[in-house]
Design a protein around this ligand. Structure first.
Ligand code: SF4
Length: 468
């Protein structure tokens, strides 16, 4: 996998005495979902405390800062951001003062009608502080009809199109909500007598919480001193979970959409092995994201698995570095071939996906230099041919190698002896949920929610630095 902006990670806790530590550890577990900035916002019932900064969770939140964040309920966020000083304003949770109280949001996903909504709100007099979709949701919330937060939020959410898993903070409640299609994951856990919420269940493991249930698509769950209240704000519609969460984004030790990422990813490797007639001396993953599929592939093929490249764990995930020069350096130093393993061998390399192809080509080159005799590449998903409008920042269609080149051309471009992509059916069959519950838009160009005609993601993001 190469050079894709991650979507974000969110976490929340309601009425736990160790709230700041819980949010810190939750965000630490969700760091893979966004590595450029993080924030925590808490209340102790009388004051609101927050800290937001650019950097990794472990760098931002020193023991002194965690200690200074007082309170027993709050929300947190990790995110990717675009470059530029103005984006410091975009660090979440995003908060506003409304009627003397703090209102805040942590958001994962992309709205597809943000441009229309923002223009409409600006015409009505709204002044925006940031370029984030998330701020639109708060503007809609405070303008919405209704006498309760539940009614007002439901009214706001019904105006949104696209993908959102959100946490709303009021000084009395934490509200978790998902879009009607359920693009992005959002899970509820129980810790002692309190509730916690996180994008993935790996956060619960670290804090010792028990998985309780998912926030359902189109549902909002309100945590307050009256207990937990569920409200279906949207009519039930077709689910469209992001299948790419299983292929690449989510941690393999997580359950998302109620299913194990590890088992699903291994199934992808098994199906790949069944479809593909390549033979070799060894199977090797591109670590870490190709590792589980490689295990499934090697076991099914009964070919030994070896670590033909070693990952330097002290280099960040290259694709979320913002500058091209940094990214290129990251690719070269991140994975180093082991010539003792690959020299003179026919190797089958298992990778989770190919985006632009440039990083992949560099890796194949370095394996050749290390002495690999024949190199066959197998990909645990179908060719990516279309961008994503729902929170994963794939490059434009023209930059996606599979949208402009045939499989044979990609094989030649990468300098391979063989290339096999998992079929669309093989991908869906690997899922532990029926295939009709997934968004597969980046593989088919057919999206479950049609982006508004005014919405041109790439122009819009270029001019506004907008992501979430
Ligand atoms: S288009 Fe692809 S990456 Fe985007 S939500 Fe759908 S499956 Fe996920």
């Amino acid at each position: 996998m190469e050079f894709i902006k991650e979507n974000c990670g969110i976490a929340g806790v309601f009425r736990h005495k160790d709230a700041s530590e819980i949010l810190y550890l939750s965000l630490f577990s969700l760091q893979h979902r966004g590595q450029e900035s993080a924030g925590i916002l808490l209340t102790d019932g009388s004051s609101v405390f927050f800290h937001r900064a650019q950097g990794l969770v472990s760098e931002i939140f020193t023991p002194e800062i965690i200690h200074s964040l007082k309170g027993n309920c709050g929300i947190g966020h990790v995110r990717y951001s675009t470059t530029g000083a103005s984006n410091e304003k975009n660090i979440q949770p995003f908060s506003v003062e409304y009627k003397g109280k703090t209102l805040a949001i942590a958001h994962n996903g992309n709205l597809t009608n943000s441009r229309i909504l923002r223009t409409k709100l600006e015409k009505q007099g709204s002044i925006f502080q940031t370029s984030m979709d998330s701020e639109i949701i708060l503007h809609l919330l405070v303008r919405s009809k209704g006498s309760t937060i539940k009614e007002k939020l439901a009214h706001a959410l019904r105006q949104l199109k696209g993908a959102f898993s959100i946490l709303i903070f009021t000084e009395n409640e934490i509200i978790a909500a998902r879009d009607a299609n359920g693009f992005r994951p959002l899970c509820i856990g129980k810790l002692d007598s309190s509730y916690v919420v996180a994008s993935e269940t790996c956060a619960f493991d670290l804090i010792g919480a028990q998985y309780f249930r998912d926030v359902e698509p189109g549902e909002m769950v309100i945590f307050s001193d009256n207990g937990i209240d569920s409200y279906q704000w949207a009519e039930k519609t077709k689910k469209a979970h992001c299948i790419f969460e299983f292929i690449y984004f989510a941690r393999p030790d997580s359950y998302i959409f109620t299913k194990s990422v590890y088992l699903t990813r291994k199934n992808l490797g098994v199906n790949l092995a069944r479809e593909c007639d390549f033979d070799g001396d060894l199977v090797m993953p591109v670590p870490d994201s190709g590792s589980i599929a490689a295990l499934g592939f090697a076991q099914e093929k009964k070919i030994p698995i070896e670590f033909g490249v070693i990952r330097n764990h002290y280099v960040g995930r290259t694709f979320i570095q913002p500058a091209q020069k940094i990214r290129d350096a990251g690719v070269r130093i991140k994975l180093n071939p082991v010539s003792a393993v690959v020299k003179g061998k026919d190797v089958i390399v298992v990778e989770d996906s190919i985006v632009r192809g440039t990083t992949c080509r560099n890796r194949i080159n370095s394996l050749r230099t290390a002495g690999a005799k024949r190199i066959m590449l197998v990909i645990s998903c179908p060719p990516i041919i279309s961008p994503c409008y729902f929170g994963i920042d794939f490059p434009s269609t023209q930059e996606l190698i599979a949208s402009t080149k045939s499989i044979k051309q990609i094989k030649d471009f990468l300098g391979l002896d063989g290339l096999h992509y998992l079929s669309y059916k093989g991908m869906l069959d690997a899922m532990l949920i029926p295939g009709e519950n997934f968004c597969t838009g980046c593989f088919t160009g057919k999206y479950p929610v049609k982006p508004d005609t005014m919405f041109n993601k790439y122009q819009w993001e270029k001019s506004h630095g907008c992501d979430s």
